[in-house]
Ligand binder design. Structure first.
Ligand SMILES: Nc1ncnc2c1ncn2[C@@H]1O[C@H](COP(=O)(O)OP(=O)(O)OP(=O)(O)O)[C@@H](O)[C@H]1O
Ligand SMILES: [Mg+2]
Length: 493
């Protein structure tokens, strides 16, 4: 078997060069080392950078599961000694070696007589150790075994180093990409946005529940993410749940999890998103869409800080910051008894109300440029578009953006894709953006149709200016709320 060893090491070198999957590589290295040295058990221990202790990353042999429950301090046992000194050790009779610690062998009931242990070294840095115990035929390990183990250790150390460099390069890439594309950057120089950003930074440091309201595409999700990212919880999970997208029972098991057998099909136990978001933030988007039944359950989490899995009885403590958002007029829903007032008060501890884009037109140029840069970067090379012509910018600023920032973002994306000239021209913008509602557009229609067009547009704008509240719109328009509801339905606003 030994005659084969050179070939085996060559094969491993090939595997090492063909993949950067560290776990897979180390498994192969250990399995091969164990096999060719005919060892009874083997293990690879790594140094935990935080605690400085050695933990079993891989273990083989009949007690492989038990052994993984143990840790060793630096200098403890032969593995600890090798990790501390960075030199290999061969002990043919452990009972005569004062460095040996019988702690693990005794605890798991595994008899050990000889050990070979080699450090995993890169330069002078020790990353961990590889260790083998006895031959399967009970004979002691030899110097030849130790030499072979050292060769394996060198390959393993290199694999670990490569995988670590690769993952840190990847993380750095991801960070740079996010920073460049400005994934979570909030653009807004208008006084109203500056105030919101400063409020959010303050709110971020409390654990108070926040309710974000605003029309569709006004940036609610982005603001929620901003609060999390500016909070002390930023390295803990941030989980978004779209409450409007799921039926109540599904939403309940998603949020709270379930116990085995809670309902047909619950074959195992499942932890819910509240538990998954522990120590972090959960963003309940479209909270206004939740049923009254669901609202009771959410209220309980906010009041008691505990959840109960579906089909379970145990209250499980969760430390989660809740941010909710809705583009509905939530006060109106409370008045109409579609939304529980007690939950509303719990959510509304901090209120962040996002303005429509037409309420902060001064931000349109910088937002348009921000999206232009974003799409230039993601649309690949060969794109001609470099800027926005003053005429096109004027069109953008004059439009009233019913779909708010998301609509502006879509318009710029389309212009980058379709634009053939250096600057975006008005011709690269969609028709509705270029043609603000003008009275002469109605020429050729009956008076009734023209009036309906006007009414539809006017009601839509009024509703937008009051964040969709029919009650407030009715007051502004000086009509009965019921009459307004009828008009909205008839005109298809
Ligand atoms: N101030 C801002 N600066 C830069 N980008 C923004 C800003 N606000 C929103 N956006 C972008 O506009 C798009 C829409 O924002 P977001 O999804 O947060 O809106 P929303 O209010 O959650 O919309 P909806 O109600 O439709 O769910 C996103 O791509 C977001 O990144
Ligand atoms: Mg959203």
């Amino acid at each position: 078997m030994r005659d084969n060893s050179l070939k085996i090491i060559k094969d491993i070198s090939e595997i090492v060069n063909s993949t950067i999957n560290m776990s897979h590589l180390l498994d192969v290295i250990i399995a091969t080392a164990t096999r060719i040295m005919n060892a009874k058990a083997s293990s690879l221990l790594l140094i935990d950078e935080k605690t400085g202790k050695l933990f079993f990353h891989i273990a083989t042999g009949e007690k492989k599961e038990e052994v993984k429950l143990y840790e060793l301090s630096m200098g403890e046992g032969i593995a600890g000694w090798v990790a501390e000194h960075g030199t290999p050790v061969l002990t043919s009779n452990v009972k005569e070696d004062p460095r040996w610690s019988s702690k693990i062998s005794n605890a798991i009931g595994f008899s050990t007589s000889s050990i070979a242990c080699a450090p995993l070294k890169v330069g002078d840095t020790v990353l961990g150790v590889i260790e083998i115990i006895d031959h399967l035929d009970q004979t002691s390990l030899t110097q030849e075994d130790l030499d072979m183990l050292c060769a394996f250790a060198d390959i393993a150390a290199l694999s670990i180093l490569r995988a670590r460099i690769f993952s840190s390069v990847n993380m750095e890439n991801e960070r740079l990409r996010e920073a460049l594309v400005g994934k979570f950057a909030i653009v807004g120089e208008s006084p109203i946005m500056k105030k919101i950003i400063s409020d959010c930074s303050k709110v971020a440091h409390s654990t108070a529940t926040a309710l974000i309201t605003g029309g569709s595409g006004t940036g609610k999700e982005l603001i929620a993410r901003f609060i999390h990212n500016s909070s002390p919880r930023k390295s803990a999970p941030y989980i978004t749940v779209n409450c409007g997208a799921l039926p109540e029972t599904l939403l309940e098991s998603e949020l709270f999890g379930y116990e085995k057998g809670a309902f047909t099909g619950a074959y195992g136990q499942k932890t819910g998103l509240f538990e998954a978001a522990d120590k972090g933030t959960i963003f309940l988007d479209e909270i206004g869409e939740t049923s009254l039944g669901m609202q009771v359950k959410l209220l309980r989490v906010l009041q008691e800080g505990t959840i109960t899995r579906v089909g379970g009885t145990r209250a499980i403590k969760v430390d989660v910051r809740v941010i909710a958002a809705t583009n509905r007029d939530i006060e109106e829903r409370v008045q109409e008894k579609d939304f529980r007032d007690d939950l509303y008060y719990r959510l509304n501890v901090v209120r962040i109300k996002l303005p429509t884009l037409s309420e902060r037109k001064e931000d349109i140029p910088s937002l348009a440029k921000h999206f232009l840069e974003k799409f230039q970067m993601t649309s690949g090379s060969g794109r001609k578009v470099e800027g926005i012509s003053p005429e096109a910018m004027e069109v953008l600023v004059n439009y009233d953006w019913p779909g708010n920032i998301r609509q502006l973002e879509n318009v710029i994306e389309l212009a980058v894709i379709m634009g053939a000239t250096k600057d975006i021209k008005p011709a690269d913008l969609p028709r509705e953006v270029c043609q603000p509602t003008k009275s002469n557009q109605s020429a050729g229609l009956t008076l009734k149709d023209a009036q309906d067009n006007f009414k539809r547009d006017f009601i839509r704008r009024t509703l937008e200016s009051v964040s969709g509240s029919k009650t407030k719109a009715a007051t502004v328009l000086d009509v009965q709320r019921t009459y307004l509801s009828r008009l909205i339905k008839e005109l298809g606003v």
